[in-house]
Design a protein around this ligand. Structure first.
Ligand code: AHM
Ligand code: MG
Length: 334
């Protein structure tokens, strides 16, 4: 197979859109650059003790920030602002959005939402972590300061979304609304190569992924679905896999087929995951790969966030599995 780099692929895809200004390509290339820097840090985390552990402060959701959370956040924001191609960014690690109000960025038409380092509590034990991002066109007037409404758009408005998984190898997987493509990083030459063209999630899989430690706190329909997967009659059709790192769980299920669930529970009425930084980008991507993503009541992509750090119950994966769960949630099936 011809070795296509992500840079070549981005340029080739841009040529398929006559009149394209190349701004989206520059955003993707800024994300690519930041991910290489972060990948390098993550890979040597076990050796460089000064980058492991807590940063000694909490983020807006009251979660302990790791030093690598802070490093990842700064790296992505600096890479994105330096290219002058977005007018603002909202990050899971910041209280509010950051407006890039200098002359170069203010004329830009895109904003980025990002979870710079998802699953960072897994870093200290050498388990895969990830970055999740999405790109939207601003709603406010070009040239004016970016506004909250630019970041609170329904997932349907996404122009691009994707993730980077820092696993046994580092991969960048993204969509611009024309299918999903995956690129694997070759650290010896510092380049991402196209390794998984036109990714499709199997319509049905064997894997269900959920934190079963919370089982007794889930609503009855979700418990019914899990019981169905565990039942004697289904024991050879289903198996459980849960890493506790969303990108890694999602990536495995995308390739093998499966369903990932973070339901509401009695402690967290909207679950744990964030609509804007985690659920909407993965929903766009999974739909582009032929899968589905829903909350307990609706399609994730249709939800208009009312605040930046909004949480939502999240069920994502193979179409037939999500359809089945949806029927149980709606009381139409057992
Ligand atoms: P984070 O954004 O603070 O890293 O939290 C999100 C992570 C996901 O990666 C993962 O799927 C989930 O939290 C695991 O939560 P739990 O430990 O409750 O199962
Ligand atoms: Mg996260």
């Amino acid at each position: 197979m011809k070795n296509v780099t992500v840079g070549e692929f981005i340029v080739e895809s841009q040529n398929n859109f006559p009149g394209s200004t190349g701004e989206l390509s520059k955003i993707l290339s800024a994300i690519k650059l930041a991910s290489k820097i972060l990948s390098h840090q993550i890979n040597k985390a076990g050796l460089a003790k000064e980058i492991l552990g807590s940063a000694g402060r909490e983020n807006v959701q009251g979660e302990d920030q790791q030093k690598l959370d802070v490093f990842a956040n700064d790296t992505f924001i600096n890479a994105l602002s330096a290219r002058g191609v977005i007018c603002g960014v909202a990050s899971e690690e910041n209280d509010s959005f950051i407006a890039f109000n200098d002359n170069v960025n203010n004329d830009a038409k895109y904003v980025v939402l990002i979870d710079p380092l998802d699953g960072s509590s897994n870093i200290d034990v050498n388990v895969s972590v990830g970055t999740i991002f999405s790109v939207y066109k601003r709603q406010s007037k070009k040239g004016s300061p970016v506004e909250m409404k630019d970041f609170l758009q329904s997932g349907n408005n996404q122009v691009a979304s994707g993730y980077i998984i820092y696993g046994s190898s580092t991969m960048l997987v993204y969509t611009t609304g024309k299918g999903v493509n995956g690129f694997t990083f070759d650290p010896s030459i510092g380049v991402f190569f196209l390794s998984n063209p036109d990714m499709k999630i199997p319509d049905m899989g064997k894997i269900y992924s959920v934190n079963e430690g919370n089982l007794n706190q889930f609503k009855q329909p979700v418990r019914d679905y899990i019981s169905y997967c565990q039942s004697e009659q289904n024991k050879s059709n289903y198996t459980s896999r849960y890493i506790g790192s969303l990108v890694a769980d999602f990536h495995r299920n995308l390739i093998k087929g499966g369903i990932y669930m973070y339901p509401s529970n009695t402690k967290n009425l909207n679950g744990k995951l964030r609509l804007t930084y985690e659920c909407a980008p993965l929903a766009f991507l999974v739909e582009q790969a032929g899968g589905r993503a829903i909350s307990e009541t609706q399609r994730i992509m249709d939800i208009v966030p009312s605040e930046l750090h909004e949480r939502v119950p999240f069920f994502v994966g193979s179409k037939s599995m999500v359809n089945h769960l949806e029927e149980i949630l709606a009381g139409e099936s057992k």
